[in-house]
Design a protein around this ligand. Structure first.
Ligand code: 6PG
Length: 249
């Protein structure tokens, strides 16, 4: 396995790995480091999970030795950056993916896992309720500051459930709102919440993502929602495999 390569292009920082498995292992180890440092600093690790398929390998690394015993699970608090409008036992549910890959296999207290409640019944009500729980759990009245936000990116440049050309992109007050993929509602963090993260990490693999990565790393591309993730006081970092980074110059 060749060592990863760090690059900085157009003001964006990335680490490029030979293969997805190398990326997953390294990202999982980095998450343990962030979790432990966060607990050391504040007594808790506030973590927003990404959905989709890419993060699964990272979650699985965290759910098995050696990392499973290194994570401070009891002080880890997990939220979901977005959720499809389906029950938690549905194959498309991000909650189900995270539970199968990690949460159902590690000693994290049930009370520390904040899933979106009944997104399939009424997405806007679920979004408003999720925001209320988020604000209540955070407690300080300000916008919650996640120690780590994990995100993916779609080939169209969407991230979380912030899709191109949708109203959710313009939400500047709510922390959680309803996004839409092909008119199918999804509950999603908004840019104000995402951009308050201390660390926002994109996990991106596969040649299909190479064109959108090339655009993100070469031009302002404001029409790409992922390009608008720019933490106000935190870091944005891209974890890429060689295939996704294959067109970076
Ligand atoms: C979701 C995600 C979404 C995802 C991208 C990439 O609920 O699907 O939040 O933003 O991160 O679509 O998905 P893949 O990892 O499956 O390519």
């Amino acid at each position: 396995m060749a060592p990863p390569v760090d690059v900085e292009i157009a003001g964006r920082r990335a680490r490029v790995f030979d293969a997805p498995a190398d990326l997953a292992d390294a990202a999982a180890r980095a998450i343990v480091e962030v979790a432990r440092a966060s607990v050391e600093a504040s007594g808790r690790f506030w973590w927003a999970l990404a959905g989709g398929t890419t993060p699964r390998a990272v979650y699985e690394c965290l759910a098995q030795p050696p990392l499973v015993s290194e994570m401070p699970w009891v002080r880890t608090f997990v939220f979901f950056g977005d959720e499809r409008a389906v029950p938690h036992d549905h194959p498309d549910s991000n909650f189900r993916m995270a539970r199968e890959a990690m949460l159902g296999r590690v000693p994290i207290p049930v009370a520390n896992v904040f899933g979106v409640v009944d997104p399939h019944i009424d997405a806007m009500r679920a979004a408003q309720e999720y925001e209320a729980r988020l604000r209540s759990a955070w407690g300080e009245g300000a916008i919650p500051v996640f120690d780590l936000v994990l995100l993916g990116i779609g080939e169209d440049g969407h991230t979380a459930s912030l899709f191109p050309g949708t109203a959710a992109l313009d939400e500047s007050l709510r922390l959680v709102t309803v996004g839409a993929k092909d008119n199918s509602p999804r509950v999603t963090f908004t840019f104000p919440l995402l951009n308050h993260g201390r660390r926002v990490w994109f996990l991106v693999t596969g040649v299909a993502k190479a064109p959108v990565i090339a655009r993100i790393f070469s031009e302002p591309s404001p029409e790409l929602p992922a390009a608008r993730v720019r933490p106000v006081a935190g870091e944005c970092f891209w974890w890429l495999d060689r295939a996704a980074a294959s067109t970076l110059k």
